[in-house]
Write a protein that binds this ligand. Structure first.
Ligand code: MG
Length: 384
């Protein structure tokens, strides 16, 4: 009996409104009013479907159907082939690794198993999460935010710095002094992929990163995330060697497994945070995780895209040693589970700071047809 083939591909723009504008620290001057993504539905010749989603800034993927249509008719069970097609699509433009998890979703539905079991993980249950804030706020506001998350059960939070050096130092020092005795605090500088298209954005160099890492070490910060540009590999390695606290990063490295292996070999970070939506899909990211283990460095994923992206990275997190908490994007009042996960029927929640690993097949989430009808716009559909 031959394998099922890709018989239909559908693409949507999706944009669910946020209750308040969200000001991501990583895009200064840009108020997000919607949670936007491109969604893909792939159906195989047996009628099994798989979904995935990749974040969208505007409508930049309008022409994507012309190239992903090349996957129609191919073996729907062959993930190496899906990887090859996406590699081909990326030669001439941007990477669309976010599509690959749809093939894993199909594989899970075919097998009646969650993806994490297909990946060889044996233990489900619940995992400890950390509250990942997304905006740059004053120390006093952040202290109140951190207290609120502590009351909800979180024991780790991550704050953002993206201003001038004095303001950055003031914020982390105030927050650490107020809540550092009961909460682990990570700090994300969001320097790896600087966006200055909407307002000026700070650009750190190695000296500033060293000064900031020293401050963080002195006040007991748990880790410092992406304090240097994503391709400043030598400087990253120098900082990682210098710093008294772990330096982390690698969330958007679309070079995937080969790029991450190179970074691990060069000692760029102590904690690697690949996000499968960007870092080569589930297959390349699981190899990155295996290489982290081989080299004795820590893995815990970046998850900040949307509910589907969170689900993808949660599946992969089951392969980790679970010694570092999982990122749980949460910024009241704008970036909240109902909006972050608007495209799926059941938002992920953190109960007592813990997130349940789905037992359901595939990615363990169900795309909400209601939300898709309300907030989605189909822009491509083709049959084999
Ligand atoms: Mg980050």
């Amino acid at each position: 009996m031959s394998n099922p083939t890709v018989s239909r591909i559908e693409l949507w723009h999706f944009g669910a409104p946020l209750p308040e504008p969200f000001w991501p620290s990583w895009i200064p001057g840009y108020p997000m009013t919607e949670n936007r993504c491109t969604m893909i539905r792939i159906v195989d010749s047996d009628g099994v479907e798989g979904w995935s989603a990749g974040p969208e800034l505007i409508r930049e993927r309008r022409g994507l159907g012309d190239v992903v249509g090349l996957m129609l008719g191919q073996d729907a069970t062959d993930i190496d082939l899906a990887q090859q097609r996406l590699r081909e699509v990326g030669y001439f433009g941007w990477k669309n690794w976010w599509i690959e998890p749809a093939f894993w979703d199909m594989a899970g539905h075919r097998a009646g198993q969650p993806v994490w079991r297909l990946l060889g993980a044996t233990e489900g249950g619940e995992v400890e999460a950390y509250a990942s804030f997304g905006e740059v706020r004053s120390g006093s506001q952040r202290i109140a935010d951190a207290e609120a998350r502590y009351e909800e059960g979180f024991r780790t939070v991550k704050i953002r710095v993206h201003e001038d050096e004095d303001a950055d130092i003031r914020q982390v020092t105030e927050v650490a002094a107020a809540v550092g005795d009961k909460l682990r605090i990570g700090v994300d500088a969001n320097q790896a992929w600087r966006v200055s298209a909407f307002a000026d954005a700070p650009q750190w160099d190695l000296d500033r990163a060293k000064r900031f890492a020293d401050v963080c070490a002195d006040i007991g910060i748990a880790w410092l995330e992406e304090p240097l540009p994503m391709d400043a590999y030598d400087d990253q390695a120098a900082l990682n060697e210098y710093s008294r606290i772990p330096i982390s990063g690698a969330e958007l490295h679309t070079g995937g497994e080969p790029e991450l292996r190179m970074m691990i070999e060069r000692g760029c970070y102590s904690i690697y945070q690949p996000d499968a939506i960007f870092t080569g899909g589930i297959d390349q990211t699981r190899r990155i995780i295996a290489y982290c283990k081989e080299k004795g460095v820590t893995y815990t994923p970046h998850t900040w895209t949307n509910g589907v992206g969170f689900a993808v990275n949660l599946q992969l997190y089951t392969l980790s040693d679970r010694d570092k908490p999982l990122e749980f994007p949460l910024e009241q009042p704008s970036w909240i589970p109902e909006c972050r996960d608007a495209m799926i029927t059941e938002p992920f929640i953190a109960r007592d700071g813990k997130v349940q690993i789905p037992e359901g097949p595939g990615l363990g989430v169900t795309v909400s047809q209601e939300a898709l009808a309300q907030y989605g716009e189909q822009f491509f559909v083709a049959d084999a």
